[in-house]
Design a protein around this ligand. Structure first.
Ligand code: GDP
Ligand code: CA
Length: 314
């Protein structure tokens, strides 16, 4: 069985760990979001690709959910001592090695997809991890603060401001000109099912779908999604602030309707949202299940339910 998953960071990575356990024989291709990527101190940082790679490869800091286990922040402290900005992004010493290798390979002319494959040679995530594109796409957020109306990098809004200033618009800069990375459209075309993990519907899954050609390719397949919203709130993070920016209510129903029946065939909601399954959503098969990924076993149960629903709908 061939499965494609469109993944952001934490929600995507934890779901994938469950999927690997639920379907050990499956060939899993992960199309990773690169809209969160940022250059820091001359280094190319790909937070979502790294979260997937570290989580599946056993190198993640479980508690934080991002970055390396057993991490130290000496370099960050030294940079702060030089008063070099930005000081708000958590770059760990171990993590820095990944960004150095990546940047060195990019500077030598390798595309990000080849670099990611090389990094995965160490981590052996057990899935094929492909960035959504080799082209530069950077999500920016339009805000108004004491300096007026301006666009800032998504990471500055998310990490420094903790999404406390309303986003007037969220713009994946460069996405219209981006081409899917080699293998992305092929993997989708050959997939028995495409799964949308409980990743951020706007800045993770939404950005991947915005790469020209991807939405159409996905829509042609059997697609089952898992709601990142439970009982009207994100499980983790500030996805509600992203949904507000695009005028979508923070609810399991509204997110499914935002993806729409042209894209989505099946949708898993939490038991707290069982009413959505009872009432139904036009054109989308909805089931309620416990959706908290409290451990790998719980994530595997969710992945199994998604695969079962995909099997029914295929
Ligand atoms: P990020 O790039 O690290 O922000 O991660 P993703 O985009 O992959 O996922 C973020 C989303 O995961 C958030 O909107 C959370 O609500 C969702 N999420 C995190 N943990 C869980 C969980 O245990 N269950 C569900 N259903 N969603 C979760
Ligand atoms: Ca992310």
């Amino acid at each position: 069985m061939r499965i494609v998953v469109l993944a952001g960071g934490i929600g995507g990575a934890r779901f994938l760990r469950g999927l690997k356990r639920a379907a050990p024989e499956a060939e899993i291709t992960v199309v990773g979001n690169t809209g969160d990527d940022i250059f820091l101190f001359g280094l190319k940082v790909c937070p979502d690709l790294d979260t997937v790679m570290y989580t599946l490869g056993g190198g993640i800091d479980e508690e934080r959910g991002w970055g390396r286990a057993d991490e130290t922040f000496r370099v960050k402290e030294e940079l702060a001592a030089y008063e070099v900005e930005p000081t708000w992004f958590g770059l760990g010493d171990r993590d820095l090695a990944t960004h150095i290798v990546r940047t060195q390979m990019l500077n030598a002319g390798y595309p990000l997809s080849a670099v990611t494959e090389a990094l995965c040679h160490r981590w052996r995530p057990g899935v094929r991890l492909i960035p959504m594109t080799d082209d530069r796409v950077e999500t920016h957020v339009v805000i108004t603060d004491e300096r007026g109306r301006r666009a800032i990098h998504f990471q500055e809004w998310w990490v420094r401001l903790r999404a406390s200033v309303p986003a007037e618009a969220i713009v994946p800069i460069g996405v219209e000109e981006a081409k899917p990375a080699p293998g992305v459209l092929e993997a989708i075309a050959e997939a028995d099912a495409v799964l949308l993990p409980p990743s951020n519907p706007v800045v993770s899954v939404g950005t991947i779908l915005a790469v020209p050609g991807v939405r159409e390719a996905v829509a042609a397949k059997t697609v089952v999604g898992v709601s990142p919203i439970i009982g009207g709130a994100p499980v983790r993070g500030m996805a509600d602030a992203c949904l507000a920016a695009i005028g979508v209510e923070t609810s399991a129903r509204a997110v499914a309707e935002h993806y729409g029946p042209e894209l989505l065939d099946g949708w898993l909601v939490d038991e707290a949202d069982a009413a959505v399954a009872d009432e139904g959503i036009a054109g989308i098969a909805v089931r309620s299940r416990p959706l908290l990924m409290t451990d790998v076993g719980a994530a595997a149960d969710i992945a199994r339910a998604a695969l079962e629903l995909a099997g029914e709908l295929r």
